[in-house]
Design a protein around this ligand. Structure first.
Ligand code: BTN
Length: 272
């Protein structure tokens, strides 16, 4: 962790999440919003709530079992960040939703911009949100297939908002937070309202028009384009130069033999 991360004076006054404040600025209804003091994982919590096809959201002050992608843990200390999950119903088969996680990442960037006027976020495929080369937010989507041609996505979003330091090197990747970058604390209630409004808007458009509608916006946020990277896909590793993504949101890698290989999932890292 860089030393400057603890330079900023710590503001010990925590403003807690407040359902009324968040709901006041919502542009969509009905939305079933729950604020939790502490939970294992907001994604797991929603997974076990009755599924009545309504939009259901929970935001927690703290997670004790916060989950990241690929079996990693997500650091979730009390009162500092946003740990958010939304259950969203699609009248489509799961196989018809390629690009969903990329669209969710675009919606998060949009919400951060709307709330802070800061717009330097990039997205590292598939959905790590970075400022510079450091991660400030991540997305974990769990899918539930409820009938033949419908499904539910539990869209889990973690945003490092007011976190200033992490003890014991708990996060083993380069991280940052909005407050450290902007040198002021961010109102988590306001950011939560923006996040819900932004996600609702992006998901509605995505349901109707699919991922192709967002291609231009993605290009403007693509962190990996033109970079030499390594992709870990299952037990295999591939190296090449990123040629962008296709209409399904799959990553396109130009291999050393100049062929293009598409990846629907994987973990990416830039080669030095
Ligand atoms: C990643 O980048 O690895 C994904 C991180 C996702 C973290 C969020 S926090 C809210 C939701 N609940 C979880 O357990 N994980 C997601």
């Amino acid at each position: 962790m860089a030393f400057w991360k603890v330079d900023m004076q710590k503001n010990d006054q925590v403003i807690l999440l407040d359902k009324n404040k968040i709901e006041k600025y919502l542009q969509y209804s009905p939305i079933d919003l729950e604020i939790l003091h502490e939970v294992g994982s907001t994604n797991d919590y929603l997974k076990h709530r009755p599924n009545d096809k309504k939009i259901k959201i929970c935001i927690a002050e703290k997670q004790t079992q916060g989950r990241g992608r690929l079996g990693r843990a997500w650091h979730s200390p009390f009162g500092q960040n946003i740990y958010f999950s939304m259950r969203y119903h699609f009248d489509k088969n799961m196989s018809e939703l390629p690009g969903l996680s990329l669209v969710a990442a675009l919606a998060v960037c949009r919400a951060i911009f709307a709330c802070t006027s800061f717009n330097e976020m990039k997205i590292k495929w598939p959905n790590d949100i970075l400022i510079g080369h450091e991660k400030i937010a991540g997305i974990l989507i769990d899918m539930q297939s409820d009938a033949r041609d419908t499904c539910c996505a539990i869209i889990g979003i973690g945003i490092n908002v007011n976190m200033k330091e992490v003890r014991d090197n708990y996060i083993n990747q380069a991280w940052n937070s909005l407050s450290l970058i902007l040198q002021r604390d961010i109102d988590r209630n306001s950011l939560s309202s923006y996040l819900i409004n932004s996600l609702m808007r992006y998901l509605e458009i995505f349901s109707v028009k699919g991922f192709s509608y967002f291609m231009d916006e993605w290009r403007g946020k693509d962190y990996l384009l033109g970079q030499s990277i390594q992709v870990m896909s299952g037990d295999n590793s591939f190296s090449g130069v990123v040629a962008g993504i296709n209409m399904q949101g799959h990553l396109l890698l130009e291999m050393p033999d100049k062929t293009i290989k598409a990846f629907s999932a994987g973990d990416t890292s830039i080669l030095k």
